[in-house]
Design a protein. Structure first.
Length: 149
């Protein structure tokens, strides 16, 4: 199997970061492109928490989160991925598992490397990871992390 492109989805949690050693190792060994993805959860589809938010408020939150995510992705790429020949940052809006699979397909990646669960995980295997593993047409390497108790 030839690996030319890897996708690493991150939610910026310490759990997601544990996959970085594997991402950098594969990237350096195979001289792959590394696609780094952060997914902004779409707040417009949730029930109101403390009253109704108007669309402009939701857009402001998403704009702030996008800008913050782009900065953090830049920091991660500069700090950890310099051994990879090419890294590409992506920020998407929507359901995390769906966006991971869409990005993998759109960018024609050969492998997804991700933590077994992210910041919301309290079990050994998270729902996003499970959906990706069950639905990806390419290999998915899941890095086990200790569940949050």
């Amino acid at each position: 199997m030839e690996v030319k492109k890897i996708l690493w989805p991150t939610d910026f949690s310490p759990n997601a970061e544990k996959a970085l050693d594997y991402v950098t190792s594969f990237g350096e060994k195979y001289q792959t492109e590394v696609h780094v993805l952060y997914v902004i959860e779409d707040l417009g589809h949730h029930a109101p928490w403390y009253g109704e938010f108007d669309q402009s408020h939701i857009e402001k939150i998403q704009k702030w989160e996008r800008e913050t995510a782009e900065k953090r992705l830049g920091d991660i790429c500069e700090k950890y991925l310099q051994g990879c020949p090419l890294f590409i940052k992506h920020v998407a809006l929507g359901d995390p598992a769906e966006e991971i699979l869409k990005t993998a397909d759109k960018e024609n990646v050969d492998m997804i490397i991700m933590a077994s669960h992210g910041r919301k995980g309290s079990f050994g295997f998270g729902s996003v990871s499970e959906k990706v593993v069950k639905n990806a047409p390419i290999p998915v390497v899941t890095i086990p992390v200790t569940p949050v108790k």
